[in-house]
Design a protein around this ligand. Structure first.
Ligand code: AMP
Length: 224
């Protein structure tokens, strides 16, 4: 099973990606993770990519495209793959599509998690981390997981811990906007890539505004 997954930052793409990956037992290939590994291992590819990543820009296609196409040829991808974070623009989508055709590899599904831009931004900025357990979901903008209140102070809705913090990069509105500018660009950006696949492959679009369970149920039900 060969699958692509798309969704803006804040849409829960990572969470849904790992649910799909577990169900189909294929490797979850995340471009960002590959870059970060190369950066921490100080490889030549990592050194090149770091400059762009630190500026919040996309790593150029001549570095990214061959890296991913080579990754898809590795042994663990023989039974399929779930590709996450690539393609990120129309040029990468076209390059991937022609490489797959050349290798006679089929694209089984393309998943699109749809979420309005202002909601995606609020989800990121509203996230609150519980000191006791980072997996306790708290978000000041999502009714279902709003932190609880204790004498006017926000506390974790799961364990009532009083230490709720934010992640620094979650509060960087300019960085979020920069990433969203790339994602929501329907001319040459990520949504242009999604629209390209709508003409070429089976695209499953789900509404990402619901909770994790509802989104994954809607998603998995569309696989045949
Ligand atoms: P991510 O973890 O997916 O947000 O990726 C982190 C960073 O890696 C991005 O901000 C980009 O700089 C770079 N990156 C990830 N995927 C791609 C891609 N498909 N093309 C170019 N750069 C990418």
């Amino acid at each position: 099973m060969n699958i692509l997954i798309f969704g803006p930052n804040g849409s829960g793409k990572g969470t849904q990606g790992s649910i799909v990956q577990k169900k189909y037992g294929v490797p979850h290939i995340e471009t960002g993770v590959i870059f970060r590994q190369n950066i921490s291992q100080k490889t030549p590819l990592g050194e090149k990519a770091k400059v762009f990543i630190d500026r919040g820009e996309l790593v150029p296609d001549d570095i990214t495209v061959p890296m991913i196409l080579n990754r898809l040829k590795e042994d663990d991808c023989k039974k399929g793959w779930l590709l996450d974070g690539f393609p990120r623009n129309l040029a990468q989508a076209e390059a991937l599509y022609s490489a797959l055709e050349k290798e006679k590899m089929k694209l089984d599904y393309v998943i699109e998690i749809e979420l309005e831009r202002d909601i995606a931004k609020k989800r990121i900025m509203g996230r609150r981390l519980c000191k006791t357990d980072n997996n306790h979901p708290n978000n000041i903008y999502i009714e279902a997981i709003k932190p609880a209140d204790k004498n006017g102070k926000m506390i974790c809705r799961v364990c009532s811990c009083e230490d709720l913090t934010t992640r620094a990069d979650d509060q960087d509105a300019a960085a979020i906007d920069k990433r969203h500018n790339i994602y929501y660009d329907t001319k040459t950006g990520t949504l242009a890539a999604v629209n390209f696949f709508k003409k070429k492959a089976k695209v499953i679009s789900v509404d990402g505004s619901a909770g994790v369970k509802e989104v994954s149920a809607a998603l998995l039900q569309k696989f045949v």
